[in-house]
Write a protein that binds this ligand. Structure first.
Ligand code: ATP
Ligand code: MG
Ligand code: FE
Length: 341
């Protein structure tokens, strides 16, 4: 089957055509980084307007690149949340319009499911169940991925997401926006043992993540005037990596039968993160799977891929599918622990 995927939940507008047998026939992406840079973060109103302007062009370009027309597509998969709801609506309504015009089914995709299944697109050998570290701009979770639609949340962050910590650190150090790649570049020029920084919750019996204390320590290190930005960036990155690895190591005990250790989301593009998780997996005799860099950060191929698996499972949505600002992958965990955790 052939799926058209649409993504517009944050500051990337994207369209892609992907087949069930993992062929990415086209993927087009427009980042709004330049538009948001003056504000040091994503401005929802600017994001929504930019999606409106560029999305139709990206869809046309993707269809042309794949040399197919809408009538060749089997379903239209659009991100329906979670994210900035104005942007989500742009992609979802566009997907609904195309579904209505073509008579093809609409599939409303959870953006987090897109990230969670993205490693399968580049790694055909990856099989359920797997332990997933989902590290992105808005989330930091450990999920036991048992099958399509079956995501058991083992841990989440009690304050900031991992990507958010990178973004805030970049802002504090004046490294620019978006923060993750900027911190990684600065860290390459710095000494990772130069600044003593905390590793919140490392060694803790509870499963969760915390990054707020690390961010505050970065602020204090900066204000002390004793350290250069590159050394702070390198020390921050190492502390964040140590937190991610420690929490993931702990979760391995809660993921019996996991076939692989998998990482996804924007922070999975970080080379230090990938290297440390590779080492952890090898130590536990597990294969390590990470998507190529372009599949880590937001894109429409992962949305189309999730759509391909949903279509195969016979799961499609009505044209009344809602756009959701919040949409947990594991509703049970949300109910038990309450909002925020
Ligand atoms: P979510 O998926 O939780 O809704 P999002 O879609 O904004 O949030 P992604 O696009 O998956 O998040 O990832 C973006 C995040 O990844 C940003 O916080 C960015 O700083 C971070 N990031 C991107 N590249 C790197 C890198 N090389 N090192 C560290 N962090 C990175
Ligand atoms: Mg982005
Ligand atoms: Fe994302």
């Amino acid at each position: 089957s052939l799926i058209l995927g649409i993504e517009s939940s944050c500051d990337e507008t994207a369209a892609a055509l992907v087949t069930r047998d993992r062929r990415v026939l086209a993927h087009r992406l427009a980042t709004q980084e330049a538009a948001h840079r003056p504000f040091g973060g994503v401005v929802p109103e600017i994001a929504a307007r930019a999606h409106v302007e560029i999305l139709p062009t990206l869809i046309e370009e993707a269809l042309a690149e794949a040399n197919v027309s809408l009538s060749d597509v089997d379903a239209i998969a659009a991100t329906a949340g979670p994210g900035l709801v104005g942007g989500v609506m742009v992609g979802l309504v566009t997907g609904k319009g195309l579904a209505l015009a073509s008579g093809k089914p609409l599939i409303a995709i959870n953006h987090l499911e897109g990230h969670a299944l993205s490693p399968m697109l580049s790694q055909p050998d990856l099989a359920f169940p797997y332990l997933l570290l989902l590290v992105s701009g808005g989330h930091c979770q450990l999920l036991f991925v048992e099958g399509l639609g079956r995501y058991r949340r083992l841990a989440t962050t009690i304050d900031d997401a991992a990507g958010e910590a990178f973004d805030k650190t970049a802002k504090l150090l004046g490294l620019g926006f978006p923060g993750g790649p900027a911190v990684e570049r600065a860290a390459a020029e710095g000494d990772k043992s130069a600044v003593p920084l905390p590793r919140p919750l490392v060694g803790s019996a509870e499963p969760h993540f915390s990054f707020a204390g690390l961010k505050s320590a970065v602020l204090r290190a900066r204000d002390s005037g004793r350290y250069g930005a590159n050394d702070i960036a390198a020390s921050f990155q190492q502390a964040a990596v140590d937190c991610l690895v420690d929490r993931t190591r702990r979760a391995l005990g809660d993921a019996p039968g996991a076939t692989a250790l998998v990482v996804a989301g924007g922070v999975a593009a970080n080379k230090a993160v990938r290297a440390a998780l590779t080492e952890l997996a090898v130590g536990h005799g597990l294969p390590f799977v990470a998507p190529p860099l372009w599949l880590c950060t937001d894109n429409a191929a992962m949305i189309a891929w999730a759509g391909a698996l949903r279509l195969e499972a016979g799961v499609t949505d009505g044209l009344d599918a809602p756009a959701r600002a919040r949409w947990p992958l594991d509703p049970d965990a949300e109910r038990v622990r309450g909002a925020g955790v």
